[in-house]
Design a protein around this ligand. Structure first.
Ligand code: ADP
Ligand code: MG
Length: 240
C-alpha cells in the first residue's frame, strides 16, 4: 500500500507567489517516481505538502484513498530525507536511527534494536553504529539520513535532493544503492532532483515541473523520445 493521488493541488505563498498550480498526479503503490525541474519550479513545495510540512491552498492529496490534507505530519505514514541530512550531532548513529521510532511508535527496546541493526546492514554501515555524525564522511551521513527514513518502515519515502552534497563519483554510487534499497523494500517513493541524469537513470517514471506547472509525466524513455514541448525537450536533452 502507498498509492498517492494529487488532485488539482495548488500552493500560493503569501498573496501572489503561485509555487504549484493545478497539480494532478497519481503515484502507484511501489513506484519510484522522480519529480524533476529547475530550481524554483515547485518540487520541494510539492513534497512538503504531501509530508504535511506545508499547508495546501487548494485541492486534495490522498494516500490509499484517505484524504490527508488536514492530518498532522506524524499521522502520515511518510518518511522524508532532506538534502542537509538533519542528523542530531550529539547522538550516535544508533541513536539517530532509533530517534523517530522511540518518538512515534510503541515498539519495545528489542524490536527497536532489531530494526536499527537491520537498517544498518541494509545500508552497509553496521560498523558505524557507535560513531557520532562528526566522525562520518558525507556519504556515510547520507546513508544514516536514509536509514532514519527506512527504519520506520513507512508506506512512502520522500527524498528532496538527497545526493546533491556528494561528489560526482559517490553520487553515482548512491543512485544505485538507493535504487537497490527501494526495490528490496518496495516502498512507494517520490524522489526530487534538479539533475536530469539522476531522474533518467533511477526512475520508473519522471514528472517534469516548470514554474509550478507539470509539463509531462512518463517513463524516462517516453519523455526522452516524445517530449510534449520545447521546455521538456531542452531540459531532458532530447535529440531535436
Ligand atoms: P524547488 O524545490 O523546485 O527549487 P520550491 O518549491 O522551493 O522549488 O519553490 C517554488 C517557489 O515557491 C519559488 O518561487 C520559491 O521562491 C517559492 N517559495 C518556496 N518556499 C517559500 C516560502 N516558504 N515562502 C515564500 N515563497 C516560497
Ligand atoms: Mg527544492
Amino acid at each position: 500500500m502507498g498509492r498517492i493521488v494529487f488532485d488539482s493541488v495548488q500552493k500560493v505563498y503569501g498573496s501572489k507567489t503561485v509555487a504549484v498550480d493545478n497539480f494532478e498526479l497519481e503515484v502507484a503503490d511501489g513506484e519510484f517516481l522522480t519529480l524533476v525541474g529547475p530550481s524554483g519550479s515547485g518540487k520541494s513545495t510539492t513534497l512538503r505538502m504531501l509530508a504535511g510540512l506545508e499547508e495546501i491552498t487548494a485541492g486534495e492529496i490522498s494516500i490509499d484513498d484517505e484524504v490527508v490534507n488536514f492530518l498532522p505530519p506524524r499521522d502520515r505514514d511518510i518518511a522524508m530525507v532532506f538534502q542537509n541530512y538533519a542528523l542530531y550531532p550529539h547522538l550516535s548513529v544508533r541513536e539517530n536511527l532509533a530517534f523517530g521510532l522511540k518518538r512515534s511508535t510503541t515498539l519495545d527496546k528489542a524490536e527497536i534494536n532489531r530494526r536499527v541493526e537491520e537498517t544498518a546492514d541494509l545500508l552497509g554501515i553496521p560498523e558505524l553504529l557507535d560513531n557520532k555524525p562528526r566522525q562520518l564522511s558525507g556519504g556515510q551521513k547520507q546513508r544514516v539520513a536514509t536509514g532514519r527514513a527506512i527504519v520506520r518502515e513507512p508506506e512512502v519515502f520522500l527524498f528532496d535532493e538527497p545526493l546533491s552534497n556528494l561528489d560526482a563519483k559517490l553520487r553515482k554510487h548512491m543512485r544505485t544503492e538507493l535504487n537497490r534499497i527501494q526495490q528490496e523494500l518496495g516502498t512507494t517513493t517520490i524522489y526530487v532532483t534538479h539533475d536530469q541524469e539522476e531522474a533518467m537513470t533511477m526512475s520508473d517514471r519522471i514528472a517534469i515541473l516548470n514554474h509550478g506547472e507539470l509539463q509531462q509525466v512518463g517513463s524516462p524513455r517516453e519523455v526522452y523520445n516524445d517530449p510534449t514541448n520545447l521546455f521538456v525537450a531542452q531540459f531532458i536533452g532530447s535529440p531535436s
